[in-house]
Design a protein. Sequence first.
Length: 228
Amino acid sequence: MSTHFNFEQFQQMSPLNGENIWEYILDRHAGRIGVKRRKPALENLERIFGATFRLANDVGFRAMSLRDLCRETGLSMGGLYGYIASKDQLAEMIEDVVRHATQALPQMFVDVKSPLDRLEAMIRSSIYLSEVLQPWFYFVYMDSRVLQVEQRSMAKNSELYVQTLIAATIAEIEPRPLGDPTLLSSHCLALFQDWYVKRWKYRAAKVNVDDFADSVVRTVRGYLGVTA
């Protein structure tokens, strides 16, 4: 597998994208979702989560009520309850999507022999996934405090899972780069997060996702002593 792929190529590889995400949620939470007609269920899930992200950005998820969500989606309260029972459940579903997608990515590159190439693949895929699912990643980053204790713990463990994998990959590089692998891995994660947390900055500078990914890869490889 090539590890130097662009955003368009990643979209063909990604375990979740803007189209199949609604099917994933519907199938994943089939026991909770009472609506069984698939087409309207998929359409309403897209409507519910889209409205949630808009309201979370405008008034904050903590201040948002289910009645606000009904007004924004055009669904009745009874119609909304066919998909979610509470705001807590809604937040849990968002966190689950991000956790599932984040943990699935590294498995795509376990057979890449070169640790530097594997690291590049993880960097690129992390950035590209956060482009595909930007509102989801932004919500978990900004509103994780509204999650229940168990769910907050799962979100933290998901980030630590990726950080640990990156640290282990850095530790394989020869000659060994300067610095603690865990700390270097943490720096890598901070670079990823800047893309989906501060999109306004890159939009204003007319930086696209491939430019950003290329720059991050050059920065990381440059520090580790190998040019991209």
